[in-house]
Structure formats: C-alpha cells, structure tokens
Design a binder for this molecule. Structure first.
Ligand code: XIL
Length: 380
C-alpha cells in the first residue's frame, strides 16, 4: 500500500514536471538534452553492435550525448593474434559517436585487468615497451576525437596492506607505480586536446571501505597535482549497490575535496545493483530509482560534475547480469540495474534520472551547452 502510494506520488511529480511522454502527449524527454540544459552531458557505454540493434539503437539516438566503448578500446580487445592489433571494434564505436554527434570517452589506456595475458609475466623492460607502444598507437589513432581518456583505471586498493593504498597488480609490478604519472604525460603529449582522467570505483557510498578508498585516492591525486602531473578529471565509476549505505552529505564533501584539487568530476559507469533486495519487481524498481535520484541530485548540485555515463543501456545488455550472473535475487530474477527494461521500456529509474536533470536545469545559472561538435566529427 505504502509503495503504491509512493509510486503514485512520484508519477504525479514527474507528470507535473512535464516529464511524461505517455500517449505522445508531449515531446519525448531526452536525457542528453536535459543534461545540456544544466551544462552537463549524458550518455552510455556501448558495444559496437548497438549501432544496428533495437531497442538500444533508438534509445541511443534519443538520449546519448556521450558514449564510451564498454570493452572495444581495452588493450585485451584490441590485441590480435601474436601481439598484433585489431581496431575494428574500436573504430566502430568511434564511428557510432560521429553518427550520434556524441562525445567519445576513451576507456582505458592502462588497466591491470585488460593487460594481454602474454604480458602478465615478462621482464619489466618488455612490459614497459609494449605498454608504451600500445598507449601511443591508441591515442594517436583517435587523436582529436576523444573528449576524455581514462588514462589509468582502478589503481587503488585501500586494503592491499600497502601504506600508499595502491593495488598490487601487473601494472604496479611491471610498469611500476612510480611511473603512473608517465602514462598521463605520454597521453597529454600525443593528444593535447583530450582531457585526462584517473578512473576508479567504490568511492560513492558510505561504507568504511569506501571511506578508505576515498582517502587513498585523495592522497594519490594530491601528490600528482603537486607534481604537476597532467590530470584533469576524476572519473567515478559509480557502480552503486542498494545493500550499501549512501550519504549525500559525504559524497558532496568528497566532490568538494576533488574540486579543491582543481579536478573536474565525471560519473563514468553508473548503474544500481540490488543483490540482497527482497520484495516484488515493482518495489525493487522503486528502490533502485530512489538511489538513482538521491545520487544524481548530489551530482547535479555540484558544479564540478561534467557528465554522467551509464554502464550499458538496457537490462538486456547490462554487464551486471553477464559478469555477475551468479548474483541473482532469491526468486531467481536477474537484476534490473539500468534505466530501461529488457524491451527498452522506461523504468522508474529513467524517470528518477529525468526528474533530477529537470530540477537541476531549473536552478542552473551557467550557460547551457549548445555544441561541442569539434570533437564529434570524424577525422578528416
Ligand atoms: C567490464 C565490462 O562491462 C565487461 O563486459 C567485461 O567483461 C569486464 O569489464 N570497471 C570498468 C569497466 O572500468 O571497464 C568494467 O567493464 C566494469 C568495471
């Protein structure tokens, strides 16, 4: 009863805000357009086959102003046989960005999990040569077309036992954590137009381990900023989880801390999991939507947040049910972490995001973004 009443009130709220497009009564609400009205951009992680597949194709046409290749620009995806390179999938995503007139995020130049298997156990000089050549090929290939590169991904592990809070990985072992700044320097030299980001997860919610990760990343970034490492953006993956606490106040303070370092903030991989949730589908959808709303209200209330990118478009494509397929609800249902259901229909989460963007645009007093087309057109 309580839930039904809350759902009804929410619907009334959205309808009053002009967000309903039921029965074609109003223009469809476009998320990137709404984000532009408050000086931000909105988008999705994609697979190259989305370009020819409904309903994702049409949803991207309507809502995407930024796209990220979910996997296609990762080293392991590009690496062909015997260390050769195959950019077909990555090129297809770049072409999709041009067709959609969307900004393109580059993901990612260095990530321990995407290191080709043949390089997991080689001498450091071999690894360094290969990592450097890969980075340089990739950045040069898309030079002038990438809005932001995730230069380094997931280098923090606050529970690694190391005093610097860094992760022990193939990268720390063979590239060397003291050489992480060189990744940024190399990227800046090769594509001075692209913003450069450090990207990581587990810093958005209010659990003690998230706090440890926030402290570790702030220490790292503070050091880099002091040493004038060319970094512009902190990328927060934001794979949110309903079983963890969330505090808007704590997140907002973290945003202030990043801003004080002179960094922009991008939400790079947003979705909401609810592995431990009970109740029926409608209740779970409402709870997922409420966390989307609370999270985005903080993001939209902070001037440093530049863009929001969802990790996948619909519940049919979500990595959550591919990668965490063992992690289902007690009733056997897969999770519904995105804004659209498996048929591409809007869920309460869509309306929650739309309402947050809409509210933000009403109080926004900067200039709405009109056109960033120089980064959208194909290389001549
Ligand atoms: C994930 C993809 O979604 C999966 O398809 C792939 O199997 C593994 O990588 N953090 C990141 C992303 O930075 O690159 C990850 O993407 C999800 C977690």
């Amino acid at each position: 009863m309580q839930t039904q009443r809350r759902d009804f009130l929410q619907w009334v709220g959205w309808a009053c805000a002009g967000l309903t497009d039921a029965a074609g009564a109003q223009e469809p609400y476009r998320l990137d357009e709404a984000a532009r009205r408050c000086g931000r951009r909105f988008g999705f992680a994609v697979h190259p086959d989305y370009a020819g597949r409904e309903p994702v194709k049409n949803l991207l046409l309507q809502h995407a102003g930024v796209i990220t290749a979910e996997n296609a620009m990762k080293w392991r995806s590009i690496e062909g046989v015997l260390g050769g390179r195959d950019y077909a999938q990555a090129d297809a995503v770049a072409a999709m960005a041009s067709e959609l007139h969307a900004l393109l995020r580059g993901h990612t130049l260095a990530w321990h999990q995407s290191t080709p298997r043949r390089l997991l156990d080689v001498p450091t000089d071999v690894f360094r040569r290969e990592q450097s050549a890969h980075l340089s090929d990739l950045v040069l290939r898309y030079q002038g077309r990438i809005h932001t590169w995730d230069v380094l991904n997931e280098a923090i592990d606050a529970d690694s036992g190391r005093s610097d809070g860094l992760r022990n990985s193939v990268l720390s072992k063979l590239w060397g954590e003291e050489r992480y700044p060189a990744l940024f320097e190399q990227a800046r030299a090769l594509d001075p137009q692209a913003k450069l980001a450090y990207n990581d997860y587990g810093m958005e919610q209010d659990e003690p381990w998230c706090e440890r990760r926030r402290s570790a990343v702030l220490r790292l970034l503070e050091d880099w900023v002091k040493r004038k490492v060319p970094i512009d953006v902190m990328g927060l993956q934001a794979h949110l989880d309903l079983s963890r606490r969330f505090s808007g106040g704590r997140l907002s303070k973290f945003f202030d801390e990043l801003k004080a370092l002179g960094l922009g903030i991008q939400i790079t991989e947003l979705d909401v999991r609810d592995p431990a949730a009970g109740g029926d589908v409608a209740t779970r959808d409402a709870n997922v939507a409420a966390l989307y709303r609370a999270f985005l209200d903080v993001c939209m209330g902070h001037s440093s947040v530049e863009m929001v990118v969802m990790w996948n478009v619909t519940d049919a494509d979500t990595w959550v049910n591919r990668v965490f397929s063992g992690q289902r609800h007690a009733d056997g249902h897969p999770m519904r972490p995105t804004l659209f259901d498996t048929r591409g229909q809007k869920k309460p989460a869509f309306h929650a995001v739309a309402a947050s963007l809409h509210n933000a645009s009403r109080s926004f007093n900067g200039s709405p973004i009109k056109n960033e087309s120089s980064l959208c057109s194909p290389k001549s």
